[in-house]
Design a protein around this ligand. Structure first.
Ligand code: RB5
Length: 145
């Protein structure tokens, strides 16, 4: 299950992402927002982060105008690794190396074609499982022992 969240700056792109997920038969839960009306992105970042931490969803997609505010907010929550990606290479690498659990996109930055390729890459790429990457992920939230 994929948790989705956006603000007004990401709303239009999120409709494209939902259409793509529907076509692929991938299940998602939409935590809003639900229109182009101005809202505060931290609310949606937190909803998606908590859905992942609760185990209700395994990954998330967050979209605001730039992807910056919504990813900064998500990354303040322990256990969340939100990666703001503007290309598919970064989407692949952040899954392989960082085991990112949220993809952040900028609705005013990437066009729909590229965004869908980024989403596809993010969702299909597994974590490499390499010891060095697991160690570095552990060190993100823990002091060196
Ligand atoms: C909203 O205007 C905009 O600030 C927001 O979507 C995002 O880009 C913030 O980082």
């Amino acid at each position: 299950m994929i948790a989705l969240g956006c603000d007004h700056g990401g709303f239009d792109l999120m409709q494209e992402v939902k259409q793509y997920l529907d076509q692929k038969g991938l299940e998602y839960e939409d935590f809003g927002c639900l229109s182009n009306q101005s809202v505060d992105y931290p609310i949606y970042a937190r909803k998606v982060a908590h859905a992942i931490l609760d185990g209700r969803c395994d990954k998330g997609i967050l979209i605001c105008g730039t992807g910056i505010g919504i990813s900064i907010t998500a990354n303040k929550i322990p256990g969340i690794r939100a990666a703001l990606c503007t290309d598919s290479f970064c989407a692949e690498m952040t899954r392989l190396h960082n085991d990112a659990n949220i993809l952040a996109l900028g609705g005013r930055v990437v066009g729909p074609g590229l965004a869908i390729d980024i989403v596809d890459t993010f969702l299909k790429t597994p974590f490499s499982g390499d010891e060095r990457h697991a160690r570095r992920i552990h060190l993100m939230e823990n002091e060196e022992e």
